[in-house]
Design a protein around this ligand. Structure first.
Ligand SMILES: Cc1ncc(COP(=O)(O)O)c(C=O)c1O
Length: 410
């Protein structure tokens, strides 16, 4: 079965039972959670993995000399290995960070950018893949079509003698379309430049193979990937990581500190100064292994099916504008940002109404993509985003509520 079929029944509906949060009620009604692009509910196996650290083997890693420290270190490094397999990388190429934002800052501060250097991105990147570059160099954003879809194919015309790096989201948190990363990787190779892929949205929806993508860096956040908050990942090709200057220094990353010299650990430990988020990393390892158990091809098929249903339904509501509506449906995951016609009501207020009247949780506002909204002349958008536990019923519920709201404001 090819993932392009976008079959919604690719994942069993019983998956919902794995997520205790989905039994939460508001005003006595069960919630419909459609806000996973912001942060995702956690399956019981992740909650249990974190609780086990606290209940059974709380200890510091890489420095303790007792049994619990051995167990904690083994579980922490085991999680690194699990994440490495998930991305088809090696453990030495996986650095734990706080989140995507910190991972991008680590690269931006480590590659030695100067004010006149240029970083090619797209104009709809999340602030976290915009501002860290902007703070140190010039950003050169690839233009957007009228509906906000980046003109990805034009990337090469933005590369110049001062370009130092290309960076793009594999799936933008507002467009919801799988970007042609391979095209950008090929352009990067032709110009001898590194490519950073922001996988904070895509890692929950598409199988990722960093070798096949041929990217130099890839970043993601645990909390969107069914894992805990406060844990993220920077993948880097080993030689790329070794070429980065240090982002922070302190305990845990130093092999020897004497008055005569300092000797750092090898990558990845060299970038993990201080006590890391041990339970976060272990929880993320459990989340990734849960997703691998479902099969990422199935996860993708499910997401594409929900994406199609969502966008076709939104198109049938007169006056609705969908970001990146021209993007091919076979590349649209279960995520869409759109503006609903409303008489004087802001998109944020509609999101609040969806919660208060219908118990449906979505995002409303600018989703850390101000430039996109500015270019499209949109004063905010609503965003519906799915994960593995969502069903066609959830999409029907939100569409029906949106139709009611749109009808009542005509
Ligand atoms: C595409 C994209 N990049 C980066 C980020 C930043 O992630 P975090 O806040 O977890 O660092 C987000 C978060 O919404 C995102 O959607």
């Amino acid at each position: 079965m090819t993932h392009l079929d976008g079959k919604i029944d690719e994942l069993p509906g019983s998956i919902r039972n794995d997520f205790p949060l989905l039994s939460r009620t508001i005003d006595g009604e069960r919630i419909t959670y459609l806000d996973s692009a912001s942060t995702a509910p956690k399956p019981t196996c992740v909650i249990d993995a974190v609780a086990r650290v606290y209940g059974s083997y709380t200890a510091n890693v890489h420095r303790g000399v007792h049994l619990l420290a051995d167990e904690a270190t083994e579980a922490y490094e085991g999680a690194r290995g699990e994440i490495a397999s998930f991305l088809n990388a090696s453990s030495a190429e996986i650095v734990f960070t706080r989140n995507t934002t910190e991972a991008i800052n680590l690269v931006a501060s480590g590659i030695g950018l100067g004010k006149e250097d240029e970083v090619v991105i797209t104009a709809l990147e999340h602030h976290s893949n915009f501002m860290p570059w902007e703070a140190r160099a010039k950003t050169v954003p690839v233009a957007l079509a009228d509906d906000g879809l980046p003109l990805y194919g034009e990337v090469e015309s933005y590369i110049g003698p001062r370009t130092r790096l290309l960076a793009l989201a594999q799936i933008s948190n507002t467009a919801g379309i799988i970007a042609p990363v391979a095209e950008w990787a090929a352009a990067a190779r032709r110009h001898g430049l590194p490519l950073l892929v922001d996988a904070s949205q895509s890692a929950s929806h598409v199988p990722i193979d960093v070798k096949a993508l041929d990217c130099d860096f890839l970043v993601l956040s645990g909390h969107k990937l069914l894992g805990p908050s406060g844990i993220g990942v920077l993948y880097g090709k080993r030689e790329r990581l070794e070429g980065l200057s240090l982002y922070q220094t302190g305990g845990g990353m130093v092999r020897y500190h004497g008055e005569d010299r300092v000797e750092m650990h090898d990558v990845p430990q060299r970038f993990e100064a201080g006590t890391p988020n041990i339970e976060g990393a272990i929880g993320l390892g459990a989340a990734v292994s849960y997703l691998r158990g479902l099969g990422m091809e199935n996860v993708l098929a499910h997401s594409l099916g929900l994406g199609r249903l969502l966008v076709e339904g939104l198109r049938s509501i007169p006056g609705t504008r969908i970001v990146a509506d021209s993007g091919p449906l076979e590349k649209r995951i279960g995520l869409a940002a759109f503006s609903l016609p409303s008489r004087g009501m802001s998109q944020e207020s509609i999101a609040r109404l969806l919660c208060d009247r219908y118990q449906i949780l979505v995002s409303g506002g600018f989703h850390c993509a101000h430039i996109l909204h500015h270019r499209l002349g949109l004063d905010g958008t609503l965003r519906v985003s799915t994960h593995v536990f969502n069903t066609a019923d959830d999409i029907e519920r939100v569409l029906s509520a949106l139709r009611e709201i749109a009808d009542s404001s005509r």
